[in-house]
Design a protein around this ligand. Structure first.
Ligand code: URA
Length: 259
């Protein structure tokens, strides 16, 4: 923060950015209540389904767009739906929708937090400085960006790169679950605390979640690791990240992941 004392708005931006980075390590709120779905149906009466996304909550019920998610047969249809979904927007105006990118048949899906400034400009995930770090990680375990699919918990940029709010995550999740279902990967890598907490519906620390595979909605294996942006300022997280991604590569090969 060397020169920021002359410019208050720069100082505020730097403080916000610092707090955001700190929160990457120390979670400060629970997703449990906000992501818990209320269902009046007894367990035994639920229809058998292969689907991983079935919004039942009254917040979703009032909004027709959530019923349209299930009608999407492919990623193009889902992307078109996301383009017109106001429920995906944050309180930052005029942002570009960042749907996701990569191989639609990927066996590995990476899920980050939310688009940043560069992603918002280009409409693609992980194309800024975090993206450069991510590319290095992928290269180290012999993946190309084209081999995998990358998306985020949020499809729009939050203001000042703040953490996505619980309500924003909740509104976005059914779209992401459909996206996962359409790609149907063998493995999911959650990048950072926000992604892992949202997907695993917990407020556990990343240190607790990383390093092992979790069952994700009875259908997928999910590994969590540090967010690539966090590695830019916390060198000590590089080693555990390296261990995690080696574990990921090993499991991918065991499962016959292609390519
Ligand atoms: N950070 C994320 O979590 N996602 C992006 O797309 C870019 C930066």
């Amino acid at each position: 923060m060397a020169n920021s004392s002359q410019n208050p708005s720069t100082l505020i931006e730097e403080v916000i950015s610092f707090i955001k980075k700190e929160r990457e390590l120390y979670g400060d709120f629970s997703m449990r209540d906000s992501l818990t779905r209320k269902s009046s149906k007894p367990e035994a009466e639920k229809p058998e389904s292969n689907k991983i996304s079935e919004p039942e909550d009254e917040v979703y019920d009032g909004n027709q767009i959530y019923r349209e998610i299930e009608k999407c047969q492919n990623l193009e249809e889902l992307k078109a739906l996301c383009e017109k979904a106001d429920v995906l927007k944050t309180d930052l105006k005029n942002t570009k929708m960042v749907f996701g990118d990569g191989n639609p048949n990927a066996d590995l899906m990476l899920i980050g937090e939310a688009p940043g400034a560069e992603e918002d400009k280009q409409g693609e995930p992980f194309v800024g400085s975090a993206g450069k770090m991510l590319n290095q990680i992928l290269e180290a375990i012999n993946f190309k960006r084209d081999d995998i699919y990358i998306s985020n918990i949020l499809k729009h940029r939050p203001p000042n790169n703040r953490d996505p709010l619980p309500e924003e995550r909740k509104r976005s999740l059914p779209f992401l679950l459909k996206q996962i279902e359409l790609i149907d990967p063998k493995l999911i890598l959650a990048l950072g605390k926000v992604s892992a907490q949202t997907l695993l519906d917990t407020n556990a620390s990343l240190t607790k979640m990383r390093g092992k595979f979790h069952n994700f909605r009875g259908k997928y294996e999910l590994l969590a690791t540090f967010h690539p942006a966090a590695l830019l300022y916390r060198r000590k997280w590089k080693r555990p990240t390296w261990e995690d991604v080696q574990l990921l590569r090993k499991r991918y090969d065991e499962l016959g992941g292609k390519p």
